[in-house]
Design a binder for this molecule. Structure first.
Ligand code: FES
Ligand code: FES
Length: 211
């Protein structure tokens, strides 16, 4: 005997279609609801450490980490290139890992330690990676450079921690500090000026290997 609530596939599809038609809202109601949501941002408090300084922000929960850094904290060293996770210009270091700050909401980083290009060195005392980029002409327009440098610093740490990449010969043996590893691991940082060979030379100098 059939179970009382057993439905044939055909009946199931009909019921589904009717239900969907019943709950579907007219487009103008959806548009009004969206407009209302945009008009009333949901705010949240956020505490994080940026370049060693504690920061407390009261921000729209939709704010990306990139916009929080640039617009709320006025740390404009971190650049907005594509705003879609494709160029790496927005790379910062969050709790020791490099991330695309345009792809993550600021409120997801409650309590995090964020390092931006402003936190790596100062004009009087450059970070070793900054000094190497200057020495090897690792830039032309400089727009990608803050992201390149933050990415390179964290990337060397990744290799030293033994995290393999697609270019690594083994998933279990320690990866090498080598130009091919640097090229693979830096592939998420695009340089429209094409300063790639000089960037690899700069990274190689800091890593103390020949490019
Ligand atoms: Fe974030 Fe391009 S701006 S990846
Ligand atoms: Fe111009 Fe890299 S130096 S985009």
């Amino acid at each position: 005997m059939d179970h009382p609530i057993t439905l044939s596939r055909r009946t199931f599809l009909i019921v589904g279609a009717v239900t969907a038609a019943t709950v579907a809202l007219p487009p103008f109601i959806c548009a009004e609801a969206s407009a209302a949501n945009l008009a009333r941002p949901i705010k949240s408090t956020l505490n994080l450490s940026v370049n060693g300084q504690s920061q407390a922000l009261d921000i729209d929960t939709r704010t990306t980490l990139l916009d929080a850094l640039r617009e709320n904290l006025k740390l404009t060293g971190t650049k907005k290139g594509c705003d879609h996770g494709q160029c790496g210009a927005c790379t910062v270091i969050a709790d020791g890992r490099r991330i695309n700050s345009c792809l993550t909401l600021a409120v997801m980083h409650e309590g995090s330690k964020i390092t931006t290009i402003e936190g790596l060195g100062t004009p009087d005392k450059l970070h070793a990676m900054q000094a190497a980029f200057v020495k090897h002409d690792g830039y032309q327009c400089g727009y990608c450079t803050p992201g390149q440098i933050c990415s390179a610093v964290a990337m060397l740490d990744e290799i030293r921690q033994g995290i393999p990449s697609h270019a690594s010969a083994s998933l279990t043996l320690a990866p090498q500090l080598s130009a091919s590893e640097f090229q693979e691991r830096m592939s998420g940082n695009i340089c429209r000026c094409g300063a790639y060979s000089n960037i690899i030379e700069a990274i190689s100098e800091v890593a103390e290997v020949s490019a």
